[in-house]
Design a binder for this molecule. Structure first.
Ligand code: ADP
Ligand code: ZN
Length: 430
C-alpha cells in the first residue's frame, strides 16, 4: 500500500535531480540567512553556486550536536522568529537541550512522512492508533500523532506508562496499532502476561511501531510474541523532524529512508571519509525540505549501513539496516570496545531470560549484568539456576570478550523509565 505512490517510486534519476535541486535551494537559503553557515562557507571559500552535482555535497561543512548547542536557542534559524510554528527539543538529558524549530510547512512535511511510513506498513483510515510515545517537548509523540490523523485514523494520545490505563484504553477502544519504545514494549508484554491478558484473544492489536532507541531482532521477537503484534522498526531523530525518517515496509528488510526529504551519507566516524556501499558507519543527513532550520551534513552518531539494492515493494528510496547503536554508546571496559546491543542480543535470545536488564560498571572496571528471569525461567531448583548463570556469563564472554557477573532477578523487578530507557550505569563516570 502506498500513501504517495509517485514520490515513493520515483526512478533514481528523477529522484536525484530533485535532490540536487532541493540541495541547491537549501544551500542558498542558509548562505543568505544563517550566519553560522555563511561563516563556514567563507572559511571553505565556497559559494552557493559552486554546488553543481550531488557529488559536491562532500565540499559542504558538517554540522554536529555541539554546533546545535553552541547556536542555542535561535542561532540556526533560517526564517524570522515569528515565521516559526512549533518548537521541539531533543530528549537529551544532559546539558542544554537542542532547540528545533518547525515552520508550517515543516510541521506538515513531518506529518506527511509519518503518514507515508504508517501506510507503507499497512495502516488504513480504519485503524485505531494508541500513541505510547512521550508527549511534550519531544518530537516522538506529536509528529506520529499528526501523521496518523492525516491518514484518518482515530488517535488516542495515551503517552507512555500507566499500563493499567493503557490496557483499559486498548480494550475499550479496540486499538489496532501502537507506537512505543522497545523498553516499554518489553515491559508491557510482561504486564499483560501478569494480568492474564492474552492479546490475541482479548485485544484488537495488529501492529506496533517500535523505535526511539536501539534494539535487536531478538527483542523484536519478544515483543511480537508477548503482545501478539507485528513489529515494524521506526527510525527518526528530532534534528530531522522526529519519527518518520525511515520505516520498514512489509518486507521488513531494512528501513526505507525518505530520500526526497533527506540526503544520506555513511561515513567512517573517525576519519569522516565515506565508507564503501553496504559497509557500517555513521549516518550523516542533510535536510532537503526543512524551512525553519535546515541542517547540512548533520552527524547523527548513529551507526548503521545502507542497503543499495532496490526493494521488492517497488519503493526506490534506499534502506538502512537496523541502527546498532550510537558511536557514543560504546563502552570501553578493560580496553575492550563493547556496544550494549551485543549484550542485549545474547540475553534476549534466551528463553529463560525475561524482558528487562541493566548493565553496571564499577570503579574497578568490573561489569555486572542484572537481568530479569522469565515467568517460567526458574523451576525451583537452585542448582539449575546457578548452572544457567555460569552458562550465560560464558556466552557473554564469547561475545564481548570480558566475563561479566550475571545476577538474576524476578520478573518485573527492575525499574522502568518513561521514554527512553537507561540501561547502562557507569560508576566510573559518576
Ligand atoms: P536524543 O538525541 O536526545 O535521544 P531524539 O529523541 O531525537 O533525541 O532521539 C533520536 C535518536 O534515537 C536517534 O538519533 C537514534 O540514536 C535513536 N533512535 C531512534 N529510533 C531508533 C531506532 N529505530 N533504532 C535505533 N535507534 C533509534
Ligand atoms: Zn520495501
Amino acid at each position: 500500500m502506498f500513501w504517495d505512490q509517485q514520490c515513493e517510486t520515483l526512478d533514481r534519476d528523477t529522484l536525484e535531480r530533485l535532490q540536487l535541486h532541493r540541495l541547491q535551494e537549501t544551500v542558498r537559503r542558509v548562505a543568505a540567512h544563517v550566519p553560522f553557515y555563511r561563516e563556514k562557507f567563507a572559511e571553505l571559500g565556497l559559494q552557493p553556486d559552486d554546488l553543481r552535482s550531488l557529488a559536491d555535497l562532500r565540499r559542504l561543512p558538517f554540522t554536529t550536536t555541539a554546533d546545535l548547542r553552541a547556536n542555542y536557542p535561535t542561532g540556526l534559524l533560517a526564517v524570522p522568529y515569528d515565521a516559526t510554528l512549533r518548537l521541539h527539543t531533543s530528549s537529551g538529558t544532559t546539558g542544554k537541550p537542542k532547540a528545533l524549530f518547525f515552520s508550517r510547512q515543516d510541521v506538515d512535511n513531518a506529518a506527511e512522512l509519518c503518514a507515508r511510513s504508517f501506510v507503507m506498513a499497512g495502516i488504513t483510515p480504519k485503524d485505531v492508533f494508541q500513541n505510547m510515545m512521550t508527549y511534550g517537548m519531544f518530537t516522538g509523540a506529536l509528529v506520529t500523532h499528526y501523521g496518523a490523523e492525516k491518514i484518518g485514523c482515530l488517535v488516542i494520545p495515551a503517552g507512555p506508562g500507566n499500563s493499567e490505563r493503557q490496557l483499559l484504553l486498548m480494550r475499550d477502544f479496540r486499538t489496532t496499532f501502537i507506537h512505543l519504545t522497545p523498553s516499554y514494549g518489553l515491559y508491557l508484554a510482561t504486564f499483560l502476561e501478569k494480568h492474564n491478558v492474552d492479546p490475541r484473544r482479548d485485544l484488537a492489536l495488529r501492529k506496533a511501531f517500535v523505535g526511539a532507541e536501539p534494539y535487536t531482532e531478538e527483542t523484536r521477537r519478544k515483543i511480537e510474541e508477548g503482545m501478539g503484534v507485528d513489529v515494524y522498526n521506526s527510525y527518526g531523530l528530532s534534528e530531522m523532524n522526529g519519527p518518520g525518517v525511515a520505516f520498514e515496509c512489509e518486507h521488513k528488510h531494512g528501513m526505507h529512508l525518505w530520500e526526497d526529504h533527506f540526503l544520506i551519507e555513511i561515513i567512517d566516524p573517525q576519519t569522516a571519509e565515506p565508507v564503501a556501499d553496504g559497509q557500517p558507519g555513521e549516518l550523516v543527513m542533510t535536510t532537503l525540505t526543512r524551512e525553519a532550520m535546515p541542517l547540512l551534513r548533520y552527524r547523527t552518531r548513529d551507526i548503521t549501513s545502507l542497503i543499495p539494492e532496490p526493494c521488492r515493494c517497488g519503493r526506490t528510496h534506499r534502506r538502512l539496516n537496523r541502527i546498532t547503536g550510537r558511536s557514543d554508546d560504546m563502552l570501553i571496559v578493560r580496553g575492550v570496545n563493547i556496544f550494549p546491543q551485543q549484550i542485549e542480543r545474547i540475553l534476549m535470545a534466551e528463553m529463560r531470560v525475561g524482558r528487562n536488564y541493566l548493565i553496571l560498571l564499577n570503579g574497578l572496571d568490573e561489569m555486572t549484568v542484572k537481568v530479569e528471569l522469565a515467568e517460567a525461567g526458574f523451576d525451583g531448583q537452585v542448582e539449575h539456576l546457578m548452572k544457567f548463570q555460569s552458562q550465560l556469563a560464558e556466552k557473554l564472554r564469547a561475545e564481548i570478550l570480558i566475563k561479566p557477573k550475571v545476577q538474576f532477578l524476578p520478573p518485573g523487578s527492575l525499574p522502568i523509565t518513561e521514554g527512553k530507557a537507561q540501561r547502562v550505569f557507569d560508576e566510573r563516570k559518576m
